[in-house]
Design a protein around this ligand. Structure first.
Ligand SMILES: Cc1cc2nc3c(=O)[nH]c(=O)nc-3n(C[C@H](O)[C@H](O)[C@H](O)COP(=O)(O)O)c2cc1C
Length: 177
């Protein structure tokens, strides 16, 4: 288990290969609750989640785009992050705050996870987006937008930690661009 927030940030990596072992239920529960702990524009309840454990549904998600979601076939669980566009105009930002926090919480608990983008991506079916096909499969109402999915499993392969010393300082501007 990582201790400080600095260690959590260093150790967090996208994990796309899983052992196939079950994710402990308490750990998954904590990750999911984390998704509703994050800041929200105007404190509006714009984010809702679908927890997916069913293998056929995970397989479906792994095929909902031509590239990018393949690791979901080997995941033990996924969390679909939905933004209610009827509730808030900053649902995208709210969803991304949830995604980031869940990804970090998963890593800090020793789980492997990866962000899979859905909004703005095409499906394998001509004229249908990844969001369209998932909306149909999961019965997502029209006013809910599907931002992304977090795939979760016990990590098989994880990249090296990142170092704060390796941050590209040319990307940080002081006072003016
Ligand atoms: C908005 C966003 C969308 C992403 N979409 C995908 C995706 O569809 N498939 C995937 O394998 N990784 C995806 N990632 C993970 C990135 O590829 C990953 O964060 C990046 O390569 C840096 O690697 P690291 O997370 O291990 O530091 C996404 C990350 C973000 C923030």
């Amino acid at each position: 288990m990582n201790n400080t927030f600095k260690e959590i940030l260093s150790n967090r990596r996208s994990v796309r290969m899983y052992t196939g072992e079950a994710v402990p239920a308490e750990a998954l529960d904590l990750v999911v609750r984390t998704g509703l702990m994050t800041p929200r524009g105007r404190n509006l309840p714009s984010v809702e989640l679908i927890v997916v454990k069913d293998k056929a549904a995970l397989e479906f998600l792994s095929e909902c785009r031509p590239h990018g979601p393949g690791m979901l076939a080997g995941a033990d669980a996924a969390v679909i992050v939905l933004g209610n566009s009827a509730v808030s105009d900053v649902w995208t930002e709210d969803c991304c705050a949830s995604m980031t926090a869940m990804h970090l919480m998963a890593d800090s608990l020793g789980l492997g996870s990866c962000w899979v983008q859905i909004r703005g991506r095409e499906s394998k079916l001509e004229g249908k987006t990844a969001e369209d096909v998932c909306r149909e499969f999961f019965g997502i109402p029209e006013n809910y937008r599907m931002e992304a999915v977090l795939s979760i499993g016990m990590p098989k392969l994880k990249n090296e930690p990142k170092s704060f010393d390796d941050v590209d300082l040319s990307m940080i501007h002081t006072e003016r661009f």
